[in-house]
Ligand binder design. Structure first.
Ligand SMILES: [Fe+2]
Length: 124
């Protein structure tokens, strides 16, 4: 278990461990989406294709459930999902519109680089 962590497990607070659990779960779901999608793209068997497409779409549902948990429990996720999801403007222009262009080009730096709290809400 400890091998999956980047810091000593015994030092990690419960919130960071729960965060890790869901991040890993979402990664696994998205990986499964990709794998099923690739299988669907190449199989010659229509029945097999239908099954892996069905499975792929269920994994998308699972990934979205995980994202919603992250949104409910970590403020920065909520803020960013509200900013970027279900919008129509060119995606890279949304941040400029939000900040008046001041933050253009900041996309490569994770928010955690400037905020050690990660916007984490208490899970208790
Ligand atoms: Fe799943």
């Amino acid at each position: 278990m400890a091998g999956e962590y980047h810091e000593p497990y015994e030092l990690l607070p419960d919130e960071a461990i729960e965060f890790h659990r869901m991040i890993k779960s979402v990664i696994e779901e998205l990986e499964a989406v990709d794998w099923y999608n690739q299988r669907a793209a190449v199989t010659k068997d229509p029945a097999l294709k239908a099954i892996v497409e069905h499975n792929r779409d269920e994994e998308i549902e699972h990934a979205c459930m995980g994202l919603e948990w992250l949104r409910r429990n970590f403020a920065n996720w909520d803020e960013n999902l509200r900013t970027y999801l279900f919008t129509e403007a060119p995606i890279t222009e949304i941040e400029e519109a939000e900040t008046g262009g001041a933050a253009a080009g900041e996309g490569a730096e994770p928010e955690s680089g400037t905020d050690s709290s990660l916007g984490i809400k208490s899970l208790k």
